[in-house]
Ligand binder design. Structure first.
Ligand code: UD1
Ligand code: MG
Length: 456
């Protein structure tokens, strides 16, 4: 059996009140449509076709690189009409899975069950019992409990509106059967739309059994129509991931105050994450890594026993073992910190490698630099790496000591075990092992008086 997945994503999403097409809004840092697409890709041998409409150019510009067919539905005449757009693409022998582009939390296990039901004699329909099913299509069953049809709320009788089993819209069906039923859909209903849901009654009429399954919990099938639902589903997504991380051995001081906008590719044991931490992109965390409150880390690796203190921001960096970073530090892309490096408060590091045991503890900017091992960079040290047109390299060799408030005007090199006197502006290489300083001689003017205010 081959699988073909159709993702319905042509709807406008008026209630988002946004210039962005609905399916480009994000959950966990990833667009709604990409969530549906990634789920489809997890199903293995599968070809995907996305039905797009509103904001099509924006959707293609943002997600054009996905390995999917794109089919435009110029006018949105209903879910059945949307699927009709790709009738020619559907193979008779395949199982067709219908997903919605605005339902991001659906789980693989749930979809796999549905797909398992689809053959020549049966199809799979995902339904959900809702406390308040207002707005949803209702699942109509006969006395034996078998599904006979779906009725949309606007077409439903008073009695049918009392049914709490709702249609999620997600279904799996044999390709040949589906195409036959699509040909027979009409738009003779309250909304004048071609309802995909009408294939259920056609299936039953043709003797095809409609198997149903329900999601593990309601959030799996929740769709997003407005920003309130976007926020709600974001929280549900975050809680799901927080619980999964705790199962993997990561302590979250408060799972409700943790945000993952990407993935933790690997983690060691006894990682501790304090509140309001945001992890973005691809992250690796070693054993016993501790992350303090309000820390943001993006696309980085943090090795064993490193501690990141409060309010630190780290992006595209590799932080070695046993480092201490922050509080209030900023590590920018292409930085690489060796074992036991210390980066303290109000220090910005950019495109810099810092060797083992080196310390940059206070109020410094070190950019485009290579810092050796055992270096001490004093408070207020600045690499002047930019001449207004180009960036230049600063090299600080092993064991050097940079006095406080030093400017290192790049390109420049400070030799091994060299010492730079505080307050220096270093424009030429400083030789190894020597003290170099550039500083005016201190003078005292005896008897000098402060000016006093004139009396009028
Ligand atoms: C649909 C179902 C309803 C179900 C509900 C679940 C039909 C007729 N009704 O209703 O039984 O309870 O979903 O949320 O199928 N779309 C297109 N092109 C269109 C119309 C819709 O691509 O012409 C897409 C939308 O972008 C969306 C999905 O199909 O992703 C569902 O459309 P929506 O308008 O939300 O369907 P409902 O009327 O809510
Ligand atoms: Mg609708």
């Amino acid at each position: 059996m081959t699988l073909q997945t159709i993702i319905l994503a042509a709807g406008q999403g008026i209630r988002m009140r946004s210039s962005l097409p609905k399916v480009l809004h994000k959950i966990g840092g990833k667009s709604l449509l990409a969530h549906a697409y990634d789920l489809a890709m997890q199903l293995g041998d599968n070809s995907v076709n996305v039905i797009y409409g509103h904001g099509g150019n924006q959707v293609l510009a943002a997600l054009g690189e996905l390995k999917t067919e794109w089919t435009e539905q110029k006018e949105q005449l209903g879910t059945g009409h949307a699927v009709m757009q790709v009738a020619g693409w559907i193979d008779d022998a395949s199982t067709v899975l219908i997903l919605y582009g605005d339902v991001p939390l659906l789980k693989l296990e749930t979809v796999n069950k549905l797909v398992g039901y689809a053959d020549k004699k049966g199809m799979g329909l995902l339904t959900v019992d809702l406390h308040d099913p207002t707005g949803y299509g209702r699942i109509v069953r006969n006395e034996s409990g078998n599904v006979v049809s779906i009725v949309e709320e606007k077409d439903a009788t008073q009695g049918q509106r009392k049914i709490r089993e709702a249609n999620t819209g997600i279904l799996a069906v044999n390709g040949e059967l589906l195409k036959g039923w699509l040909n027979r859909l009409t738009n003779l209903n309250a909304q004048g739309e071609y309802y995909l849901t009408d294939i259920i009654a056609l299936a039953v009429a043709d003797g095809v059994y409609v198997h149903t399954t329900q999601p593990a919990d309601e959030t799996e099938v929740m769709g997003i129509n407005n920003r309130m639902q976007l926020a709600q589903i974001e929280r549900a997504y975050q809680m799901r991931h927080a619980l999964a991380l705790m199962e993997r051995g990561i302590s979250l001081l408060d799972p409700a105050r943790f945000d993952l906008r990407g993935e933790i590719e690997s983690n060691g044991q006894d990682v501790e994450i304090d509140v309001n931490v945001i992890l973005e992109g691809k992250i690796k965390l070693g054993n016993r890594v501790k992350i303090g409150p309000n820390v943001v880390i993006k696309d980085s690796q943090i090795h064993d026993d490193t501690e990141i203190f409060a309010n630190t921001v780290i992006e595209s960096a590799i932080i070695g073992q046993g480092c201490r970073i922050g509080p209030f530090a900023r590590i920018r892309p292409e930085s690489n910190l060796g074992e036991n490096a210390h980066i303290g408060n109000f220090v910005e590091i950019k495109k810099t490698s810092v060797g083992r045991g080196s310390k940059i503890n206070h109020l410094s900017y070190i950019g485009d630099a290579i810092v050796g091992t055992g270096v001490n960079v004093g408070a207020g040290t600045i690499t002047c790496n930019y001449d207004g047109a180009n960036k230049h390299l600063t090299i600080i060799e092993d064991g050097a000591f940079i006095g406080s408030d030093t400017q290192l005007v790049a390109p420049v090199k400070v030799g091994r075990n060299a010492t730079i006197g505080a307050g220096s502006t270093i424009t030429k290489d400083a030789p190894q092992g020597e003290l170099t300083l550039s500083r005016c001689k201190q003078v005292t003017i005896p008897g000098w008086q402060r000016p006093v205010k004139k009396k009028v």
